[in-house]
Design a protein. Structure first.
Length: 125
């Protein structure tokens, strides 16, 4: 007998792959490999979730970050240094996109995330 863990396939790397965007799906998969771990360890504290919007506290290894994504007007923000100083689409925002899909998982939500990634893939670094 072995321990059972909830596993799921990541959606956002697949989206980037299908969009043919320049961010290597492999690289993104690496960034997001922690998703299941974060989820199972209760490292996401969702503050607000509605159609096109998610806001949460993400408990990372080096601190707690407050991240939000508005998929309707294409804005995102995170309090981590990577975003604050380099305006990057950081790991926490990517984790939030995965979480948004995980929690809602309707076709229209997938399309919103796909559109967002299409616009901002260049800021994943
Ligand atoms: Zn961040």
């Amino acid at each position: 007998m072995s321990y059972v863990l909830a596993k799921r396939e990541l959606k956002t790397p697949k989206m980037l792959e299908s969009l043919g965007l320049k961010v290597e799906a492999r690289r993104l998969r690496h960034i997001l490999s922690d998703f299941t771990f974060y989820l199972n360890m209760g490292r996401f504290k969702v503050l607000r979730l509605k159609h096109g919007y998610i806001e949460a506290i993400v408990k990372g290894l080096h601190g707690e970050w407050h991240a939000k994504v508005n998929l309707l007007n294409g804005t995102f923000n995170c309090t981590c240094p990577h975003h604050k100083f380099r305006r990057a689409l950081c790991k926490h925002v990517l984790l939030l996109l995965e979480l948004y899909i995980f929690l809602r998982n309707e076709h229209k939500d997938l399309e919103l995330v796909r559109g967002f990634l299409e616009t901002y893939a260049g800021r994943i670094f």
